[in-house]
Design a protein around this ligand. Sequence first.
Ligand code: ITT
Length: 184
Amino acid sequence: MKQIIFITSNKHKVREANKIGKSFGVEFKQKFFSYPEIRADSVNDVAKEGAKYCYEKLRKALIVEDSGLFINALNKFPGTYSKFVLGKIGLDGILRLMQNKKDRTAFFVSSVGFADKNQIKTFNGVVKGKIAKKIRGSCGFGYDPVFIPNGFRKTYGEDDKIKNKTSHRFKSITKFCKWYHKYS
Ligand code: ITT
C-alpha cells in the first residue's frame, strides 16, 4: 500500500478517496492543516495554490482537494464558494433559487492538487446531473441530497454506491491514483 497525506478538514472526502484508492493500492491519510483558499472561479486553481502552499510549509508529498457544485441556470453559482453558500442559505435556499428555473442542469467538479519536491500537479473530475426538486436522502454530505447524476433517478443522498462509481471525486481520485502508483 502506498500512502499519501490528504490535507483536508472533511472526513467524507477521505472516506470516499480511500474506497477508490483501495483498488489501486493507495491509502489516503487525513491531516488537518489550515491553508488559504484563493479567490478563483476554478477549483483547479484553488487546488494548485493550496497544494503549493501546504508543501512549502510541510515539506512532505501531499494532496489537497477542492470541489464545488456549479448550477447552470445560476451562472455556475455556487461554484468555488459551495461550502460558504451551503453554510449561509442551506439546501433549502438553493432549492428556492431554483424554484422557477426550467434548466435544472448542474455539475460537480473536483480537483486534486498534488505537490512534492519535484512538482505540482492537478487531477480533475466532473460529473453532470441535475438539481432535484426536493431534498432526498441522507447519505454523503453537502449537496448530495439535491444532486441527481445523469443516467440515474436517485440523488447521491439516496444512493452512495452510485456516487462512489460516478462522482467528480471518483474521477479525480482515480486519475491521481493511476498516476501516483507509477510515480511513487
Ligand atoms: P477542505 O478542508 O478539504 O477544504 P471542505 O469541505 O471545506 O474541505 P471544499 O472547500 O472543497 O471542501 O468545499 C467544497 C464544498 O462543496 C463542500 O463543503 C460541499 O458543500 C460541496 N461539495 C463538494 N463535493 C461534494 C460532494 O461530493 N457531495 C456534495 N457536496 C459536495
